[in-house]
Design a protein around this ligand. Structure first.
Ligand code: ACO
Length: 361
């Protein structure tokens, strides 16, 4: 048996290829840097979904905008009990109310939902009313506007759009595999996306960027990166934003997002010089991990610069996983459709290593 199914091929896909040795990510025939910051999230979503919906329009943006308005109506069911949950749990609960199906409208509703629900949950927790969507805006622009009740700057909108595209799909990661398993039972897109979101929220996957802010703040407060890092490792903690199951070199998404943070050139409130400070911490972590684990190449992953980008965009750290889901939902849907159309029920076997019934003497 291979722990964690490392290296096991469990699906064939036309959607994306993660080349861990060379640090390359290919999405439907394009290098990541041909898409991120070059094409809108809506256009890349249409690229991912091409061939999986018979009625897929060439221009998906107005349809996703209309879906944001449809999904907003669900917020009348936002009960106060949901506000005791973490943002990702509250968003998941709201998404669980969407009808299941395999059609394009279900896919569009699921794509709109994390954007609409995240903004509404953040605002409701602060005692503020939700801001209705503007279906004319891009997904990234409307996301920022609904969150803060004011338009984002062009640089902020471009940065969020780059982020959503950068994380839209990534081979058979844990959440995508979970989504494909559910899709293979023909349960429908909503069930598949909820499975993906549930897997994403774990700290070893999409739950990492929130704790990265705590790490950076903890190191800044202590004023000694090396001591903080060594203490964390001595406690047996993993350093969030480093290491990857597939990449043995630097995650190409980390560089795409580092470029986006640099172009945004916005400092989070009260944290001047944040990017330069984070680069110093990154180098300290890489040096220490290299010394501690010389046999395993542990490099910066996508989450490190995700944390910096989303912090600069003023998303609360508790919502970072929800923002990840805003982009990755496009990939979950594409994989779920690919599995439902081309796959066979996923039902692996287990080896029983428990007790056997006693044979009567
Ligand atoms: N900090 C400290 N030690 C680490 C880290 C880390 N970030 N990553 C791996 N290691 C250690 C492991 O504990 C292991 O040590 P051991 O042999 O003494 O048990 C060794 O390095 C080898 O680990 P891998 O086999 O490379 O790790 P695995 O493939 O099982 O896990 C994972 C990959 C989960 C991403 C891991 O590197 C990790 O926990 N990173 C921190 C969390 C994180 O950043 N998650 C986001 C990943 S990107 C994404 O999902 C979108």
């Amino acid at each position: 048996m291979t722990p964690g199914l490392e290296g096991i091929i469990a699906a064939e896909t036309i959607l994306s290829d993660v080349d861990g040795q060379n640090g390359r990510l290919i999405i439907r025939g394009f290098e990541l840097d041909q898409l991120a910051g070059q094409q809108s999230f809506e256009d890349v979503t249409a690229l991912l979904w091409d061939g999986f919906f018979p009625d897929l329009p060439r221009n998906l943006a107005p349809r996703i905008g209309a879906a944001r308005s449809r999904v907003f109506a669900e917020l009348s069911a936002l009960d106060t009990g949901l506000l005791d949950l973490s943002p990702v749990e509250a968003v998941r609960a709201l998404m669980g109310r969407l009808a299941d199906g395999d059609d394009l409208d279900t896919a569009l509703n699921l794509t709109a939902a994390p954007v609409v629900f995240t903004a509404a949950v953040v605002r409701a927790k602060a005692g503020l009313a939700p801001v209705p969507p503007d279906p004319e805006l891009s997904h990234a622009a409307d996301s920022l506007r609904m969150l803060r009740d004011r338009p984002g700057t062009p640089a902020e909108i471009a940065a969020l759009d780059t982020y959503l595209t950068t994380v839209c799909d990534h081979g058979l990661n844990a959440s995508t595999f979970a989504a494909r398993v559910v899709a293979s039972t023909q349960a429908g897109l909503t069930s598949s996306v909820l499975a993906g979101l549930s897997a994403l929220k774990g700290p070893l996957h999409g739950g990492a960027p929130g704790p990265i802010i705590q790490m950076l703040d903890g190191i800044a407060a202590r004023g000694d990166a090396k001591a903080w890092i060594l203490d964390a490792l001595d406690r047996g903690d993993r350093l969030m934003g480093f290491g990857h199951r597939v990449y043995r070199v630097r995650d190409p998404r980390a560089d795409a997002l580092k470029g986006a943070v640099r172009r945004l050139a916005a400092e989070p409130e009260g944290k001047p010089g944040r990017l330069a400070f984070a680069e110093t911490v990154e180098q300290a972590v890489l040096d220490i991990l290299k010394a501690r684990k010389p046999d395993r190449s542990l490099q910066t992953n996508v989450e490190f610069y995700t944390a910096l980008l989303l912090e600069a965009l003023a998303f609360p750290p508790a919502t970072f996983t929800c923002v990840f889901a805003m982009g990755r939902v496009a990939g979950w849907i594409a994989h779920a459709r690919e599995e439902a159309v081309c796959g066979r029920l996923i039902r692996p076997a287990s080896r029983y290593v428990g007790l056997r019934p006693r044979v009567a003497a």
